[in-house]
Design a protein around this ligand. Structure first.
Ligand code: FAD
Ligand code: EPU
Length: 338
């Protein structure tokens, strides 16, 4: 097992924040993981931070603990039935590479989730989603390592309590498990999801006549590249806030004051695009030093170079306060604050 002390986290977070970890270890096997956990129990007793691709967290200070970089690798077709392929991927595999692997083999179900940064292990953590599909739609089971017991446990979909950018691993079981692998159930005959957002328009622009999961993946990649900042050029962690879900009654009241407020009804609630609320408060394109609100998608906060995590966090607090003042809606951060 490799152990680095006072290690820079700059290459390991898509926000490009120059934080440090007291200890840092890449973990490439179960044996290394077991040794690390046992060593921490015996000698260090430090808080652990399990790191995947670092694309959904913001370091607001140095991490005074042990960063465990999950680098478990492998993708395998473990089972097939009449309608499905069951693909098991280890937590340290890159998410988008898994999508490409499946699209190439015509394993359908995750093509709408193309180009989401990060690794497989984090995909069930926050039930990643985009363009009308979420992980819960294709999830079969996962294996996770119980840190206290040093045992591997299997979770079925029903155990994971998936919700909008939520799972049991962010709530009741927070910091208790390390996700080791995820098995996805993918379809032999695709069910195309093209009604969300600009997918249909993009497919037309691409002059696609025969729909395929490859075409959908390509369309999603083009849309994402057109509006989301590339973290290798501008630091960010995708949507900084969740889209708030409010009561229908509150939405109707807001409509009397803001008649063009967008909203997506579901049961007795309405999901309001946070990007719209933030834009209405005048933040779109805002920049203070190197911390900013992205000009093409105001839900994304950005680091233009040397912003600190604390500066980005302060900006997020100012945005929350102004949205609350204008609309009486409390935005919730989607990014994990460390
Ligand atoms: P990390 O940032 O490394 O970790 C995230 C959290 O999960 C941390 O709390 C970490 O401790 C925990 N964690 C990570 N791996 C494990 C593990 N193996 N076991 C236990 N805990 C673990 N997300 C979407 O849902 N939809 C999008 O469309 C989307 N678009 C994005 C676009 C951009 C440009 C960027 C930068 C981000 C976007 N995201 C999106 C957010 C991000 O890509 C996802 O949340 C992704 O799943 C994070 O993966 P990661 O490996 O980088 O996780
Ligand atoms: N909008 C504005 N101004 C803008 C941009 C958008 O008002 O400048 C409004 C419009 O009303 C638009 C709406 O916001 O219709 C929605 O915008 P968009 O389609 O870009 O999606 P989003 O709701 O902002 C969500 C996810 C993304 C995901 C996309 C596509 C959340 C928090 N974010 O963004 O996920 O990729 O939908 O499905 O749910 C992420 O989680 O990091 C992420 C990027």
């Amino acid at each position: 097992m490799q152990l680095f002390e006072n290690h820079s986290l700059l290459p390991y977070n898509s926000f490009g924040i120059a934080a440090k970890a007291r200890y840092f270890s890449p973990v490439r096997s179960m044996n290394e993981l077991d040794t690390l956990i046992a060593e921490n129990k015996k000698s260090f007793q430090l808080p652990l931070l399990i790191l995947g691709g670092g694309s959904n967290l913001l370091f607001t200070k140095d991490f005074n603990g042990w960063v465990v970089k999950n680098e478990l690798k492998g993708i395998e077709l473990v089972r097939e039935d009449e309608d499905h392929y069951y693909v098991k991927a280890m937590a340290g595999e890159n998410w988008h590479e898994l999508v490409i692997y499946c699209v190439k083999r015509n394993y359908a179900g995750i093509e709408n989730l193309s180009l989401i940064p990060g690794n497989v292990g984090a995909s069930p953590m926050q039930n990643i989603g985009a363009y009308g599909v979420e992980i819960k739609d294709v999830f079969f089971e996962l294996e996770a390592y119980h840190i206290a017991e040093q045992q591997v446990v299997t979770f079925q979909a029903g155990d994971c309590e998936f919700g909008y950018r939520e799972s049991v691993f962010k709530r009741a079981l927070k910091n208790q498990y390390i996700i080791l692998s995820v098995t996805y159930r993918l379809r032999k005959v695709p069910e195309f999801h093209t009604s969300y957002g600009a997918i249909e328009k993009e497919l037309e622009a691409m002059r696609v006549d025969t729909l395929s999961i490859q075409a959908i993946s390509d369309a999603v990649i083009r849309i994402r590249n057109s509006k989301l900042p590339n973290p290798t050029k501008i630091g960010n962690a995708g949507s900084f806030f969740k889209n708030p879900v409010i009561a229908e009654e509150q939405y109707r009241q807001l409509q009397t004051k803001f008649n063009n407020i967008p909203g997506y009804p579901n049961a007795a609630t309405v999901k309001v695009p946070a990007a719209w609320l933030i834009e209405q408060c005048g933040w779109k394109g805002y920049r203070s030093g190197d911390a900013g609100c992205y000009s093409l998608q105001p839900l994304v906060l950005v680091n233009y170079g040397t912003a600190t995590g604390a500066e980005i966090f302060d900006l997020s607090t100012r945005i929350i306060l102004s949205v609350q003042e204008k609309f009486n809606i409390l935005l919730e951060r989607e990014v994990n604050i460390i």
